[in-house]
Ligand binder design. Structure first.
Ligand code: FAD
Length: 429
């Protein structure tokens, strides 16, 4: 199986997954490892489809109450973005103290976890699944995070950075804030789990009887509150226990991906639409016909947040389908090359802050839920505010602008962002 077989990097594949969503089965089985989840997250993360498109596609086929479990889970993604908007890079540090001070947790990821040889099947199978597929069921992510933080006393940020790098859907808001939710630094109480919970929701290979997690919630709570880990620093497994090799994380694309350095000549005097790794959906229908589409990988981001090879392939393949050229360079070099362009536009993306605003005039990305201005410290608070006055998914879909949100009017009315670059007033809007 090639790396992209399970997740072809195409709109068609994303739309087929939307068509296959079975909301009733989803609601019933979402917590089970083999439950009817959608596997849409790599497509949503990279903008091949957006949440309004997902909900519109599902509700066109199924009657969906606005309080349905599926809509609720889409809400979690936007809630985490709401927190990101309010806290900025603050989401990368503990939002408040958890069970123990930050310093009581280790700054390194133990090798037995990296190599999937902890001897706790639920953890070892999860790590192997992650490395093999670039994805992991939500419940397994919670188990992995809880085990690392509360039993092994690894700081949540260490685990979050590591998991982010190996996921095809790695998203700084959903990932890092979920880790904080599990750790108890972004929620009121920590998330704990035991072997009975694994046995209830996972197939036999994950079951972990007689392991460190085979205990009561009271005992787990006591362990979580102690500043010392349960057991030795690293598990020593018998000879013959499988050792998993951790896939390398890469800061730049491999040569066969046809990503080049910026080409100032190609864009000189042109209207440019920038495609980046988080807006890989359909191009806006109202782009002027002579627009040149350029894909950009901003190296400043990728140096800090490397990806696995599978993700580079996924993103670069789709980007190549949309763009005449795909560039990889730091923001300064991309900006210098775009200086001669007539106008440069794109869609906003917090992963590319602060660089994108200096490269292009950006439209906001489409959202499903109404924006909640006041910061909400809990999902339920946000959910209540976001849905105030909305009684159906139809109303939810009506109020937002996508698809077709990019109209001639919004293009015309859009103010330039502070750092908008053009060729000294020769064009622009
Ligand atoms: C420790 C941890 C780390 C996580 N890291 C990420 C991450 O980097 N990127 C990411 O997209 N999700 C992350 N999640 C949330 C969730 O696990 C994934 O969105 C989900 O497993 C993706 O599979 P799916 O598309 O089949 O989800 P489904 O259950 O089918 O849900 C459909 C869509 O709703 C959204 N969604 C569902 N549940 C959540 C949730 N709890 N939080 C946020 N969005 C949700 C996703 O966009 C998902 O694709 C993390 C959760 C945990 C506990």
């Amino acid at each position: 199986m090639t790396p992209l077989d399970a997740f072809p990097p195409t709109r068609e594949a994303a739309l087929a997954r939307i068509a296959a969503v079975r909301p009733a089965d989803y609601a019933r089985s979402r917590n089970a490892i083999e439950g009817a989840v959608t596997h849409l997250s790599p497509y949503i993360t990279h903008g091949l489809v957006n949440l309004p498109e997902v909900l519109a596609g599902v509700s066109a086929r199924h009657l969906l109450d606005v309080q349905h479990k599926f809509v609720f889970e889409l809400g979690w993604r936007e809630y985490f973005r709401h927190v990101w908007r309010h806290c900025g890079v603050g989401i990368l540090a503990s939002l408040h103290q958890g069970l123990l001070p930050d310093d009581d947790y280790g700054a390194g990821l133990p090798l037995d976890i990296r190599q999937a040889r902890t001897g706790v099947p639920a953890i070892d199978v999860a790590v192997r699944t992650l490395y093999d597929s670039g994805t992991l069921h939500n419940h397994a992510r919670m188990w992995l995070a809880s085990y690392l933080v509360h039993l092994r006393k690894v700081h949540w940020r260490v685990g979050a950075d590591w998991l982010y790098g190996h996921l095809l859907d790695g998203d700084l808001a959903s990932n890092h804030l979920s880790w904080q939710w599990v750790a108890g630094t972004g929620s009121r109480k920590p998330y704990l789990f035991n072997a009975d919970n694994v046995a209830r929701f996972a197939p036999a290979a994950w079951h972990s009887p007689d392991s460190v997690i085979d205990t009561s919630y009271e005992a787990l709570d006591r362990i979580a509150r102690q500043p010392v880990r349960a057991g030795p620093a690293e598990s020593v497994m018998p000879t013959g226990y499988p050792v998993q090799v951790e896939p390398p994380l890469l800061t730049d694309p491999s040569p066969e991906l046809a990503v080049t350095v910026p080409d100032a000549v190609a864009v000189a005097g042109r209207n440019v639409w920038l495609v980046h790794p988080w807006n890989l959906g359909e191009l806006p229908q109202t782009l002027p016909a002579d627009t040149l589409v350029i894909g950009v990988f901003v190296a400043d981001f990728h140096q800090a947040w490397p990806w696995n090879e599978r993700r580079w392939h996924f993103v670069a393949s789709r980007m190549a389908e949309l763009a005449a050229q795909c560039w990889y360079a730091d923001a300064a070099a991309i900006g210098a090359a775009l200086k001669g362009a007539r106008q440069v536009r794109s869609i906003d993306e917090p992963h590319l802050q602060p660089w994108l605003a200096s490269l292009a005039a950006c439209m906001p990305a489409p959202t499903l839920f109404p924006s909640v201005e006041q910061r909400c410290d809990s999902f339920s608070q946000w959910w209540t505010r976001a849905l105030r006055g909305l009684h159906s998914t139809a109303e939810l879909l009506e109020r937002q602008q996508a698809p077709g949100w990019w109209t001639k009017e919004t293009v015309k009315d859009q103010p330039r962002t502070a750092g908008f670059q053009n060729n000294g007033g020769a064009g622009g809007i």
